[in-house]
Design a protein around this ligand. Sequence first.
Ligand code: PLP
Ligand code: COI
Length: 360
Amino acid sequence: MSRFESMVLQGTIEPTPLASIDWDRLGFSVIVTPYIGGSIALADGVFEHPVVVPNGMLAIPPLACVLNYGQGLFEGMKARRGADGKVRLFRVDANAARMARGAARFMLAVPSADLYRKTVTEVVQANADYVPPYGKGSLYIRPILAGVGATLSPVASDTTMFAVTTLPVGLRYKGTAMLKIKVEDRYQRAAAKGTGWVKAAGNYAPCFLPADEAKHEGYSDVLFLDQSGRFVEEVGTANFAMVKKGVLYVADSPSILPGITRDSIMRIAREMLGIEVVFGQLELDRVLGLGAYEGEGPADEAFCTGTAAVISPISDITWNGRTHHFGDEPGPIAARLYELLDGIQTGRVPDPYGWVTVLD
Ligand code: PLP
Ligand code: COI
């Protein structure tokens, strides 16, 4: 028996019956799929052959490094069913590469691109019945990398678990077609030379409180700023972009997650739509049309991008007691980008970039 298989406690999780899933009302809550896959590496950093087994709780020791010292990171991807009934994965190698960079920073064993792709593919194939019908949602894929060896000293674990779990999802921002965003100037998400660029588990828990406060105040989410308070970073779980006078501005910073959706829409904008793209630090004043940017006015469109968020248009951004309104409908460029991205992911639009893997 593989090390991973012996870590999955059989019979401890009941899969959600397929017949009980209402494909028209998928949200972002937990649904349990029947299979999980993974592999374990010991101190030599070599992963065993990955296996796919019936889903179950994972047995890890109380002193597991991930539980005590946060040595863990994850990825987010989606499998989509096309109008042709086929299941497609999007940019698997880009996600594998991002996980590999994070693993090196966190002193975890690095899953190879082959191991990553094979495990993700086999887990999706095993759970294929749970990929929603065309147009109804996605099978969200959550690859996890964690130090699961016991250690009291705050040093890297001698055991790394790579696990891939999946679940059907609908829209992340359920019921809020247009987002109302609060600029967060009391909390920061990540330090300038820290690990905001890694999809580290520990980057997310500190955002719960600011996001929860914002939700109680009637906002959909928060927009974090950099250390100077001048530049836009990202929304807690998605990157930020805006359109002004036909130019697409995509916010970057060393302390945000380099999103694969962001990268994809920049390429689509430049190469398929012929739109000028400005990628770099983005001043909040430029977004809102304040200070030096008062003359050019606020953004014509604002939106955030991510695997879960896809392209979520923003209607309002509130900062310093003032709400800036960007419109009640998705802007034309956001809508066009969504159409093309979603089209490539589901096979409706030809994929000129080799981004899509069609599964058997
Ligand atoms: N920023 C954060 C903090 C995220 O969690 C995500 C979601 O994965 C993104 C940005 C967008 O990244 P991607 O487009 O690769 O999903
Ligand atoms: C994703 O978009 O894949 C994410 O990981 C965001 C998640 C925290 C909901």
